[in-house]
Design a binder for this molecule. Structure first.
Ligand code: SF4
Ligand code: SF4
Length: 233
């Protein structure tokens, strides 16, 4: 078994649902604008995708406070904790094979002004060919739509990389219409990139936390994730 297949098997055994490899060299200049020259020592990135519980995602359609708080705890604590622990394990296995490996934690922003992490998990997963970034700005797989969470391992291991996937959103506007903050727009016609106003989304969450009188780190409404027809059946 070659190294790519061996690593995929190990990732699936650890609980991830989808595994892919991205050649991130074409994106180094963009990624350097966040993390600097550090990124250039890693030609590849491993995209790891975890399928969320459909029961949990469906439970937020009514936007009830108790389900919302539980949803946020599930995504940002339980699932991210599981992914982070397992990314540490997988990175250690890669290093023991003699390669560099840097596990990038799931969804912990380190650049607060950009609300961004060290590396964009979505960019990596798209470049690996596992799915596309929808109008909602969320990463979608053909199988589960945006009902997934992502993590990444940067590496210089000798792995077989996939090819980027195009958006399959088409003329759908369901997430645009559902967003209570008016934060989602059509894809940029020149770049094909999503145009989501993260500040509007963030402000909406903050105001709702205040009205609910809850002190938690985040309380994402998640409607753009729950209403998307991809993965909703
Ligand atoms: S999480 Fe809610 S407010 Fe933010 S973009 Fe999605 S639907 Fe809009
Ligand atoms: S709801 Fe429609 S437009 Fe929004 S991400 Fe899903 S498929 Fe794309």
């Amino acid at each position: 078994m070659d190294l790519t297949n061996w690593l995929e098997n190990e990732a699936l055994k650890l609980g991830w649902d989808y595994f892919g490899v991205a050649d991130i060299r074409p994106y180094h200049d963009y990624l350097k604008s966040f993390s600097g020259d550090f990124i250039c020592q890693y030609p590849l990135a491993i995209a790891l995708v975890f399928r969320l519980s459909y029961g949990v995602v469906d439970s937020i359609l009514e936007q009830e406070q108790d389900k919302q708080l539980s949803f946020n705890n599930y995504c940002y604590h339980a699932v991210d904790h599981l992914q982070n622990m397992n990314a540490v394990r997988l990175a250690s296995m890669i290093e023991k094979k003699g390669y560099k490996a840097y596990p990038v934690p799931a969804s912990y922003g380190v650049y607060q002004e950009k609300l961004a992490g060290l590396v964009s998990h979505k960019l990596v997963a798209r470049a690996a060919g596992l799915g596309w970034v929808g109008k909602s700005g969320l990463f979608l797989t053909p199988q589960d739509g945006p009902r997934v969470r992502l993590t990444t391992i940067l590496t210089d291991a000798n792995l077989f990389a996939g090819q980027p996937t195009k958006s399959r959103c088409g003329s759908c506007t369901i997430c645009i219409d559902a967003c209570p903050a008016g934060a989602i727009n059509e894809l940029n016609t020149t770049t094909g990139l999503p145009q989501v106003d993260v500040n509007k989304c963030h402000k909406y969450q903050e105001e709702r936390k205040k009205s609910w009188e809850v002190k938690i780190d985040r309380c994402i409404c998640g409607l753009c994730q729950a209403v998307c027809p991809w993965g909703r059946d």
